[in-house]
Design a protein around this ligand. Structure first.
Ligand SMILES: NC(=O)c1ccc[n+]([C@@H]2O[C@H](COP(=O)([O-])OP(=O)(O)OC[C@H]3O[C@@H](n4cnc5c(N)ncnc54)[C@H](OP(=O)(O)O)[C@@H]3O)[C@@H](O)[C@H]2O)c1
Length: 286
């Protein structure tokens, strides 16, 4: 890493490196040293190497370090702010992310962008929509989410401005899995059906918990203002995602406009159904 930094002498480093586990975060429960190596040691090592060279680093982090509680209830007026202490460590993955964020805070060269449930406008296997379209049962809880089409350009703008510190990197507001999949049925696959189960029932089939929360977008909105870049409220952003996804799938391209690329499965035999089956095979739930 040091050799590459010295060879290429970048002004900016963007890091989305991390271990989320395959097929899902349950993996981290049984691979704790590996999870620490990537999510804590690797991340800090990169931040430190950049700091020593005066390089700005953007870290694509996570907001899965909070869980709705009495002070932050579902739909309440008090979503989690950047200054709130993490209150969720029921998965080892989340625990490592909360620890590393606290340490990264001490680096004056680091921008921490807290993503949640990233969404792309295609059927890429890492897209939240593709993932949940493969689940037999869904929980129905509103969550903050990150629409990559809109927010990745914002992250480049923030890096260029050399902003630092923590930002909830999400579209303002929240959306539930049911709302998303109702729109998916409307726009993409009219044959799609889902069933719900409770968080307690979900916990029975998982090795560790999954966080549900809404993050506060006030600080992030203020940072975006004046950039000229759009930041659409979540409820509208998800409708726009479905419209763009439909257009991409009809053209047989993925979010990056690549013909036949990962996420452009609509033109494959079986179309969206095949993508859904692949998602179901890959993971029961993430
Ligand atoms: N996916 C989500 O739902 C989600 C939500 C919120 C935040 N995030 C965060 O966003 C970041 C990216 O997540 P993702 O979903 O894109 O994960 P991903 O698909 O698993 O990609 C992670 C990347 O990190 C690289 N990596 C892992 N360990 C590494 C190491 N020790 N050194 C160098 N590179 C390493 C991997 O490289 P190889 O391919 O070579 O292994 C891979 O390219 C992570 O920090 C994650 O915590 C993800």
């Amino acid at each position: 890493m040091e050799r590459e930094l010295d060879q290429y002498k970048p002004d900016f480093v963007l890091s989305a490196a991390g271990v989320t586990g395959r097929p899902n975060v349950d993996w981290c429960e049984s691979h704790k040293p590996e999870t620490i190596r990537a999510n804590v040691i690797g991340c800090l090592n990169l931040a430190d190497c950049c700091h020593l060279r005066g390089i700005h680093m953007t870290n694509y982090a996570t907001g899965c370090i909070y869980e709705y509680d009495e002070a932050h209830p579902i739909g309440g007026p008090n979503p989690f702010k950047e200054t709130d202490e993490p209150n969720y460590d029921a998965s080892f993955y989340s625990a490592t992310k909360a620890v590393v964020e606290k340490l990264l805070d001490n680096y004056p060269n680091v921008l921490i962008l807290r993503l949640r449930m990233p969404i792309s406008c295609d059927l890429h296997p890492r897209n939240l929509i593709t993932k949940i379209s493969g689940y037999e049962f869904l929980i129905n809880v509103p969550n903050s989410m990150t629409v990559l089409y809109e927010l990745l350009p914002i992250s480049l703008d923030m890096a260029r401005r050399k902003l630092t510190g923590r930002y909830n990197f999400i579209n303002p507001g929240a959306v539930s899995h049911n709302q998303i999949m109702d729109l998916y049925t409307e726009h993409i696959d009219p044959t799609f059906k889902y069933k719900n189960f409770t968080i307690e029932e979900q916990d029975k089939i998982l090795a560790c918990g999954r966080s549900n929360n809404e993050l506060d977008a006030t600080k992030f909105k203020a940072a975006v203002e004046g950039s000229g870049l759009p930041l659409t409220p979540m409820q509208d952003a998800i409708v726009n995602v479905m419209k763009r996804m439909k257009a991409n799938l009809d053209k047989g391209v993925n979010e990056d406009g690549e013909q036949g690329g990962e996420g452009s499965q609509f033109r494959e035999p079986g179309g969206v159904c095949a993508a859904r089956e692949r998602a179901a095979k890959r993971q029961k739930t993430e």
